[in-house]
Design a binder for this molecule. Structure first.
Ligand code: PEP
Ligand code: MN
Length: 298
């Protein structure tokens, strides 16, 4: 007899039949489901690079970062208009005004937007501006929010809860799938495990990537910014995540032009556009190598 509520991988076919590779293998032949946002495919041969500020803090900052990440080769723009903050006294995001700014940045750069929604009542509003809804770590088990995101039919970026097991994470994805929405991309963003907090914000769990691939056909990306919390660690964590063979990265970037304001949110983990460019070049070189390997194999 097992402890109440304690579930293991053997329970996944029951917990999440709609997204379980084991259950769906007969009907789904594809290795990974391709989830397309705008014209950007997650789960295809090329990893997707999402980049942008932690939070939309002003129009100038967001447009400057959007232009810089586009120049560096990013495929999508991130930025929070509604921010989950530890203290209610801290900046909570610009709200709907922030969504408008993101939309302007997207129109100018052509980059589709992913932005966080925290409140089920705001799903419709966020959907009016965003190309993809982000459900953050703190809300991974906010079931009414998952249901609304599922009903919206919008692609969803579902971050792993900071202390969530794989079963809990995939169970959360199943809530979205149950509403008929299989446009789900999973995101590993680091977990609270010893010694998180000593030299890094969280522990980047690269082992879970292979386990995700075994258990589901949904694409999975990595957030090296929240996983490490230290800007100098973001490039190596990005390369390691890509080497682990997954479908993309979501990275926080700040503007380093003269006179640019220091971000209010997560400044210590933000990389500058030059570093992002190197990460994109690393990704491109990996894609090229795999094409060459395939070409030589035939
Ligand atoms: C974010 O990406 O803006 C964010 C708050 O991340 P997480 O939910 O992973 O903490
Ligand atoms: Mn952040």
């Amino acid at each position: 007899m097992s402890i109440a509520g304690n579930v293991g991988l053997e329970d996944l076919p029951r917990i999440c039949p709609l997204i379980s590779r084991r259950v769906q293998s007969a009907v789904r032949v594809e290795e990974t489901r391709v989830v397309t946002v705008g014209k950007v495919p997650f789960g295809g041969p090329r990893p997707v690079i999402i980049a942008g500020p932690c939070a939309v803090e002003s129009r100038e900052q967001t447009l400057a970062v959007a232009r810089a990440v586009k120049d560096a080769g990013a495929n999508m723009l991130r930025g929070g208009a509604f921010k989950p903050r530890t203290s209610p006294h801290d900046f909570q995001g610009m709200g709907v005004e922030g969504l408008r700014i993101l939309s302007e940045a997207s129109d100018e750069t052509g980059l589709p937007i992913v932005t966080e929604v925290m409140d089920p009542r705001l799903v419709e509003t966020v959907c009016a501006y965003a190309d993809m809804l982000q459900i953050g770590s703190r809300n991974m088990q906010n079931y009414p929010l998952l249901v609304e995101a599922g009903k919206s039919g919008k692609p969803v970026l579902l971050k792993r809860g900071m202390a969530a097991s794989l079963c809990e994470w995939l169970g959360a994805a199943e809530y979205i799938a149950k509403e008929g929405n299989l446009e789900i991309v999973l995101c590993e963003r680091g977990i609270k495990a010893f010694p998180a907090g000593e030299y890094s914000r969280n522990v980047l769990d690269l082992s879970v990537i292979a386990a995700v691939k075994t258990e589901t056909f949904l694409p999975v990306i990595v957030d090296p910014s929240h996983a490490t919390g230290v800007s100098s660690m973001v490039e190596s964590a990005s390369c390691a995540a890509i080497a682990a063979g997954r479908h993309g990265l979501i990275i926080e970037v700040a503007d380093d032009q003269v006179g640019a304001a220091k971000p209010q949110c997560d400044a210590v983990q933000a990389i500058f556009p030059g570093t992002l460019k190197r990460i994109v070049q690393f990704v491109d070189s990996r894609v090229e190598q795999s094409w060459l390997r395939k070409a030589h194999a035939v």
